[in-house]
Design a protein around this ligand. Structure first.
Ligand code: NAD
Length: 332
């Protein structure tokens, strides 16, 4: 009997790769995306699979969601099975973090609505994509921040950036509450700085640095970047984590899993590494602008997911960056 998985935000970085992996193992995927930031190219690749059903729908459009869930219910009756829901739809990029109105409707209201619809329709599992942004001003400690580490959120007096994190935190509470009440199984995943070689947007830091160096031999960074250190997680590894958790019912106890790497690099060194890989010797870094409440360092402790499902990140930054550069060189 095929497994049915509904994926919101299926045209995005995480949703599209998770969909492809699940299709390859014979799942029926019902995916939707409003193309807010998603890739039409990824959808045209996915539609080559017979068992991929795509709807260009908005999580916040009640009549579209009614229609989608009617389609899912018919499939459930046909296959006599309870589906899973993977919520990848979100307003994600950093430029939106500072505008609460941009993120609230989809990330909070839409997430809660989809969770309740999934429960009402009789879904078995719900995977909630949360974020390491929730650690906010406490994003680093020796050995990495843990899922049960207290968070220190910047308030609106300090920065509006945390409106995104606050919304995502709330989704973790919604899910935990429903799991505690025995309504569904599920977990929340806190990803840190995911990148993909085929990322459509140049706004994320890795594609931005590559494109900028390739075009102008120079990069404009924020003033913050002078002291920012980050880890970067390959999309292949983050999708492995989603699927490993989906497959492990014991982990779906409403709790939270960090997903990240321990390979830290400063943004200045990241530029140097990318320049070396592109073989650019002379490049210029300029600094302009600032971001409030941008944590200087972010390191997650991932022992919980390693123990629960034997997940570990496999693709180191050197290999990942080579893939990103190769893609952007081919694309021109
Ligand atoms: N990329 C990262 O570094 C990162 C880090 C932490 C957490 N996350 C989380 O992982 C999840 C997936 O993120 P991603 O990196 O794939 O981002 P993405 O922007 O590539 O994908 C999100 C998708 O959701 C779609 N979407 C947005 N609003 C929608 C709506 N109202 N209805 C339907 N579709 C909608 C977008 O069009 C896009 O295709 C998100 O929940 C995000 O918060 C990502």
């Amino acid at each position: 009997m095929p497994e049915i998985v509904v994926i919101s935000g299926v045209a995005g970085m995480t949703g599209s790769l998770v969909a492809r992996r699940l299709l390859d193992r014979g799942c029926d995927i019902i995916g939707f995306d409003n193309y807010f930031a998603g890739s039409r190219e990824e959808i045209s690749l996915l539609t080559q699979y017979e068992n991929f059903h795509f709807f260009p729908y908005d999580l916040n459009d009640a009549s579209q969601m009614d229609e989608l869930f009617r389609f899912v219910t018919a499939k459930m009756e046909e296959f006599q099975t309870s589906p899973s829901f993977i919520n990848c739809a979100a307003v994600v990029h950093t430029k939106h973090f500072y505008n609460p109105e941009d993120t609230f409707l989809t990330n909070v209201v839409g997430m809660r609505d989809s969770l309740h619809r999934a429960i009402e329709a009789g879904f078995l599992k719900y995977i909630n994509c949360s974020t390491s942004e929730v650690y906010s001003m406490n994003s680093w400690m020796e050995g990495g921040v843990r899922e049960d580490s207290p968070v220190l959120l910047a308030t609106a007096e300090q920065s509006l950036r945390c409106s995104y994190a606050t919304g995502k935190l709330l989704t973790e509470h919604f899910l935990k509450d429903c799991v505690n009440r025995g309504l569904i199984k599920g977990c929340s995943i806190r990803f840190a700085n995911v990148y993909s070689p085929t990322e459509a947007h140049d706004e994320h830091i890795i594609p931005y640095i590559i494109s900028s160096l390739m075009k102008t031999n120079s990069v404009v960074l924020l003033e913050n970047a002078k002291k920012t250190i980050r880890t970067f997680l390959h999309n292949s590894d983050s999708c492995d984590a989603v699927i490993a958790l989906l497959d492990n019912e014991k982990s779906l106890d409403g709790s939270i899993f960090n997903v990240g790497t321990s390979e830290e690099i400063s943004i200045i060194d990241l530029v140097a590494k990318i320049a070396k890989l592109i073989r650019i010797e002379d490049y210029l870094i300029e600094f302009s602008g600032n971001r409030t409440a941008d944590p200087p360092r972010r390191l997650l402790n991932v022992e919980k997911i390693e123990k629960a499902v034997s997940w570990t990140s496999k693709i180191g930054l050197d290999i990942g960056l080579r893939q990103c550069i190769e893609y952007r060189m081919k694309r021109g």
